[in-house]
Design a protein around this ligand. Sequence first.
Ligand SMILES: Nc1nc2c(ncn2[C@@H]2O[C@H](COP(=O)(O)OP(=O)(O)OP(=O)(O)O)[C@@H](O)[C@H]2O)c(=O)[nH]1
Length: 313
Amino acid sequence: MALQSLIDTPYQLSTSTVLIVEDEPITRTIIANYLDDLCKVAVVASAEEAVRYCSRTPPDLILTDILMKEMDGLSFCKLLKSEPGLQHIPVIFITSLSENDDEQACWEAGCVDYVVKPVNAVTLINRVKAHLTLKLQTDFLKLQSVLDGLTRVYNRHWLNDAVPRLIRQARRKQQPFCLAMFDVDWFKRYNDHFGHIQGDQCLKQVAHALKSTLLRPSDALVRYGGEEFLCLLPDTDLNGALNVVERIKAAIKQLELRHPESPFGVVTLSGGLSQLEESDGANWEAWLQRTDDQLYRAKTDGRNHVCVTSNGQ
Ligand SMILES: Nc1nc2c(ncn2[C@@H]2O[C@H](COP(=O)(O)OP(=O)(O)OP(=O)(O)O)[C@@H](O)[C@H]2O)c(=O)[nH]1
């Protein structure tokens, strides 16, 4: 289950997916039937197919046979454990091998458990249930650690982890990458006027409006500070990012949040926008500073608008 989908729906076994990798059609069907009432079940007939499946839609748990033509289950498990994006998927072997050395080989390949053939249905269901629960609880806790408690958008912890990875990806694919920073105008006055509880409500609504404008799954919204948000826009040049900025302006305007202490009468945002440059290298602090400088320019130049780095004007 994708981490993001856990935000609104806390973990449930019934929506999680187990992938069965088994080249024997009858065994495949029997095992799938055992698990049918517990969770979603996907089946593939070979390790090669399983690798392709996992790269597209990583399942929550894998049950794999060991003796298969082409790539065997042990090699498949080792391969999975060497892939950063897939190594977190727990693997259970279903095996007819029962020597001590075979068990040793299963553990060394990186499995979390194994079930011996002929498969006992109750044992299989309970093992799968236990490992699925553990996996979903771990995903849930991981997600909590990267989300902001108030607005439920990503926090700085996520940012520090994700940005270097996203920059590497942009450089590898030679794609543009834009960063927008927004700050609520006159927010101290808003808090002073309405109180902190309504201030919190305002931040939640602003975050929700910002998030609703980010249409691509690769776009991300981060609460960077108290009333400061960052939009990460991979594979987006300044022209594309300016479209997003226009949508953001419209979304905030549509909120019509009354702000009697602001010259604009409603809650507004100031923003800065800039694109990752070759000269930034791996130093994303310089990029962040450039974006922050533009935000500062917008603040000192009347607020309620977005300034863009000079190469984007
Ligand atoms: N309610 C609430 N207020 C917060 C939170 N985090 C930060 N703030 C407040 O946000 C306000 C930010 O004030 P300033 O940095 O002076 O900025 P500003 O009043 O928005 O003025 P400009 O940015 O110059 O337009 C402070 O009063 C903080 O206490 C939060 O989680 N909830």
